[in-house]
Design a protein around this ligand. Structure first.
Ligand SMILES: Nc1ncnc2c1ncn2[C@@H]1O[C@H](COP(=O)(O)OP(=O)(O)O)[C@@H](O)[C@H]1O
Ligand SMILES: [Mg+2]
Length: 253
């Protein structure tokens, strides 16, 4: 098996932008309830490289959440293979999946899932509790992550004192504080008004510009078109006819 760590560029070197972070091959997912089976993913091949900003789009019921759960190591495939950042994921048990999730993926959801009684900084520091990071370092890293998302002056505010867009920024800071391999966002603007949506999308643009790998799931065209590449899902397969590269801008790598 390929050792992902060995292939990491040395500190200061240019990242290998064409290393696949996600390699999904022949991915199938069958749900069973009683005698009824439903095949929600019917053979999906997908490759996403480091630093890419990809939107996964498709109508309701097409399999977006099923795909996101597989990519996020929240659920296993029925068959097919999934390699995340050089590690084979498809045969891992629940504990191993939880471990790889914590290490490699920063999640952002439609509902911000912030704890209302904690400050922004305390919310962002939470994922570091599981990694046995000392308190002082947790607080410093949380403050740095909040600065990165433009909320350096809101460290001690509670979620209720922040706008929707600011709360989602806190959630993005929390997703990034562990330095994950990729940011996986499921309908991150689904609960936001237009101003806050613009705010969060501007943040994603910035993160992409600084080399973050972002996978964004959305059914909103205006949101999806901000990504570099749109992947369309329909009836559990990738609709190859409509996979398109964004023509809005071509980023020089
Ligand atoms: N736990 C489940 N059991 C049975 N069927 C499911 C389950 N989850 C999703 N499905 C079905 O799989 C299909 C894809 O669902 P989903 O991935 O949630 O689509 P989307 O997120 O694009 O709306 C739908 O037809 C849905 O009804
Ligand atoms: Mg869904």
């Amino acid at each position: 098996m390929r050792d992902a760590l060995m292939e990491r560029p040395a500190a200061g070197a240019e990242p290998h932008r064409d290393d696949p972070v996600i390699e999904l091959s022949g991915a199938r997912k069958t749900y069973r309830s009683g005698d009824i089976e439903f095949e929600a993913l019917r053979g999906v091949d997908l490759s996403i490289t480091e630093g890419e900003y990809v939107a996964i789009m498709g109508p309701s019921g097409s399999g977006k959440s099923t795909l996101m759960n597989a990519l996020g190591c929240l659920d296993t495939l029925t068959s097919g293979s999934y390699r995340l950042d050089g590690e084979d994921v498809e045969d891992l048990d629940d504990d191993q999946l939880a471990e790889i999730r914590n290490r490699k993926i920063g999640f952002v959801f439609q509902q911000f899932h912030l704890l209302p009684e904690l400050t922004a900084r305390q919310n962002v520091a939470l994922p570091l509790m599981y990694g046995r990071v000392p308190l002082q370092e947790r607080q410093e890293r949380a403050a740095a992550a909040l600065e990165k998302v433009g909320l350096g002056d809101r460290l001690d505010n509670r979620p209720g004192e922040l706008s929707g867009g600011q709360q989602q920024r806190v959630a993005v800071a929390r997703a990034l504080v562990t330095e994950p391999t990729m940011l996986l966002a499921d309908e991150p603007t689904g609960n936001l008004d237009t101003v806050s949506t613009a705010d969060v999308l501007a943040l994603f643009d910035e993160l992409h510009a600084t080399g973050r790998t972002i996978v964004l799931i959305t059914h909103e065209h205006e949101v999806g078109r901000r990504a570099q590449r749109i992947i369309r899902v329909r009836d559990g397969v990738i609709d190859t006819d409509t996979v398109s590269t964004d023509t809005r801008e071509v980023r020089v790598r």
